[in-house]
Design a protein around this ligand. Structure first.
Ligand SMILES: C[S@@+](CC[C@H](N)C(=O)[O-])C[C@H]1O[C@@H](n2cnc3c(N)ncnc32)[C@H](O)[C@@H]1O
Length: 348
């Protein structure tokens, strides 16, 4: 049973993605255009940003995604429905092939592989540390292949030239992944390319993240402590690891259409669930500052703020009561995390 600290609902904060805050169609189209090419100042997460300590922390917070209203169970159900005819009919003698991109510590690849033992599952991620965690999660499963790869280039799975029909995938899944590559449209184009005709994309992205608004306040406290003026703080770009990068209404659907998915095949379904930061103080602060870790490291290394991590931790715990509830076991819980489940089909 969660006990509210205080009423945090009155807090109003803008989205943590000012660069993606365009509201008119024209603005959004320009934004879509800008997403289609790599940006000089990189709007993608650095490849190493999910390695090491972040991989371990992410695995702890991601347990929340098993929530009945969370993404993983929904993705399993949609995937089962998408492959049902082929599993039943033996897919013309070939195994059903499922590709999980940005698998992180192994979901939803793990749940799907257990539900569909007849299928061949590929669990892939750009982070070696994440893939190692996925291997542990699925160590008892024999139907998984693992690959460390960047989803912007899937040529190691399906060659660009002369790919055999059987190398393509019946389903591509990707939970909370397309927000992170530098070139998000290129990643979607690669997904389209490796899907077989009639294949299905099952993916999720964040729509609302109160957690990011809190992180923005924590980052503001840190930058203030480093000597930055409020004006400079307000003009800071979102962090490169920005889970809200696809939250602009309508943006992801237009991206899907842009790479070839027909509007009539696209379904979008929103849902929300709580994230549990555990009851351990170190883990709580680690998760709370995970997305700004690279920036904190930079402030320490540059000598601008040698105690950046301590300032961030202090700010996190001071601000937590405004944003989070406390469970009876001491766990910190944040409500109102809203995501979108997007499903799209390539024409047969
Ligand atoms: C938020 S986690 C999602 C993990 C998992 N699917 C889940 O639902 O918990 C995002 C993952 O995307 C991966 N990632 C980031 N950029 C990537 C890229 N360019 N190609 C492949 N994976 C990438 C990260 O390493 C990380 O494991």
């Amino acid at each position: 049973m969660a006990v509210p600290f205080t009423n945090h609902l009155a807090c109003r904060w803008h989205r943590f993605a000012p660069a993606l805050g365009a509201s008119s169609l024209g603005q959004s189209r320009r934004l879509l255009h800008s997403l289609s090419r790599p940006l000089a100042n990189s709007q993608g997460a650095d490849k190493q940003q999910f390695d090491g300590e972040v991989a371990a922390l992410y695995q702890k917070i991601s347990v929340s995604h098993y929530h009945p209203d969370g993404p993983w169970n929904k993705m399993v159900e949609v995937t089962k429905m998408a492959v049902a005819p082929n599993i039943t009919n033996g897919a013309g003698g070939r195994k059903v092939r499922i590709l999980d991109l940005a698998t992180g510590s192994g979901e939803p690849a793990n749940l799907i592989a257990r539900e569909l033992p007849e299928a061949q599952m590929f669990a892939t991620d750009v982070s070696q540390d994440m893939v190692e965690k996925a291997k542990v999660l699925m160590q008892d499963l024999k139907t998984i292949e693992y690959r460390i790869l960047d989803m912007q280039d899937l040529s190691s799975l399906v060659p660009v030239a002369k790919a055999a029909a059987e190398e393509h995938f019946d389903v591509v899944t990707c939970c909370y992944g397309y927000m992170f590559p530098e070139d998000k449209l290129k990643s979607l184009r690669e997904t389209w390319r490796v899907l077989k005709p009639g294949g299905t994309l099952v993916t999720t992205y964040w729509v609302e993240m109160p957690m990011m608004k809190m992180v923005k306040q924590v980052m503001g406290d840190v930058l203030r402590a480093s000597g930055m003026s409020q004006e400079e703080i307000d003009s800071q770009p979102p962090p490169p690891m920005n889970p809200m990068a696809l939250s602009e209404p309508g943006l992801f659907k237009r991206m899907l259409e842009d790479v070839g998915f027909e509007a009539s095949t696209i379904t979008l379904q929103e849902s929300s669930y709580p994230l549990n930061f555990t009851a351990d103080n170190k883990t709580q602060a680690g998760i709370g500052t995970m997305m700004i870790k690279a920036k904190l490291d930079e402030l320490v290394q540059s000598g601008k703020l040698s105690n950046a991590h301590e300032v961030a931790n202090e700010s996190f715990f001071r601000r937590a009561p405004n944003w989070m509830e406390k469970g009876t076991g001491g766990e910190l819980i944040i409500e109102g995390m809203r995501f979108c489940l997007a499903v799209a089909k390539k024409p047969a």
